[in-house]
Every structure is written in structure tokens, then in C-alpha cells.
Write a protein that binds this ligand. Sequence first.
Ligand code: SF4
Ligand code: SF4
Length: 192
Amino acid sequence: MKVTTVPRPSRSLRTQVFVIEVWLGLVVTFRHLFVNLSRHIRRALGLKAPPGSVTIQYPDDPAMLGKRARTRHRLLQREDGAPRCTACLLCETICPAKCIRITAEEAPDVYVEKRAKSFDIDLGLCVFCGYCVEACPVDAIHMDSNNVELSAYNRKDLIWTMDDMLGRKKHEFRTPPAGPTEPGYTQRYQEP
Ligand code: SF4
Ligand code: SF4
């Protein structure tokens, strides 16, 4: 494979005299300050204005995620409670981080043939690309749990098993506001 060398851009005298760049940066900062201040004041006075920017006080205040955000994985179940996964291994094969490990076993249902005996994902390796969701032919795995709090005290706790992803194990999560119709959804989350 050929390595492409990207040349560093040369620094002009103006860039090297940092004072000018610092002042330009401050101009941008104060422009944002006054634009947002005026928006907040106009809205507080009941006048029509686009919403001003706010700082979300995460983690005290959970942030709202986009509808298409790829978050922690979950496995879906059939009506009888059995996992939908047929252990076809397509997700394990396509995973670029090689962080999915599935063990297959024979399923009692002759129409299903195979099922997953174990299904582990190492979230310490996962790059949240969503390929596993795209590859699944039976819509058995989703990344719409709306949870991005992945921290753990050791790497072993970052490995999520089938029970974790089926919701059979209790985990303490905070639920972010779901959208404008949710009572907890406040004006400051609204898009302009
Ligand atoms: S999101 Fe990407 S990296 Fe993570 S388990 Fe799925 S395929 Fe692998
Ligand atoms: S692609 Fe879907 S059915 Fe196949 S092993 Fe992965 S989750 Fe299971």
C-alpha cells in the first residue's frame, strides 16, 4: 500500500504573531456571547427570537441524543421471549473491531435451525459503526438503547453478554428526555 505524505501548511508571519490570532478568536467568542445573550433576553421578554445556545449540565442533566444516534446494543426477542438471533454470524464476520463473539447451538424450533448459545460484545473495542445492525438479516440487534454511559471499573465489565443485551440483567441507567412531547423536555433542548 502506497503511503501518501501530506505536507504541513506553511505558517505565515501573521499566524506566528499569535496576538492577532488570539484577538480574532476573542472576536468570535464575544460575537457568540452577545448574539446568544440578545436571543435569551428577547425570549425572556416574550419577543420572537431563535433559541439561544445553552450549556447542558451533563452528567447532572442527561443530554438528548439524536433519533439516529448509535448507542449501546440491545438484542430483540420473538413473541415467545426467545432471542431473534439465529446465530448466522454475519454480524461477527462484518464487525471491523472483531469485538463480537457468538457461540451457536441447535434450536428446538425446526424452522429456526440454529440459535445463539452465547452472544458477547466487548464494548471496550466496539467503534459503534453500526455494521452489525445493518448486516443482521432478521433484525435481531439494534443500537437504539439511547444509552452512551459505557464507563466501567475494569475491562471485563465492558463485555456485554446476551442477558445484558436482552435486558435480563438490571443496569442502572438514566433515561434522557425523549423529545418535544415528553413532559421533561424543556425549551432549552429545542432546535432553532
Ligand atoms: S457497532 Fe461496529 S464495532 Fe461495534 S459491535 Fe457492531 S459492527 Fe462491531
Ligand atoms: S447477524 Fe443477526 S441473526 Fe446473525 S448472528 Fe448477528 S444478531 Fe444474530
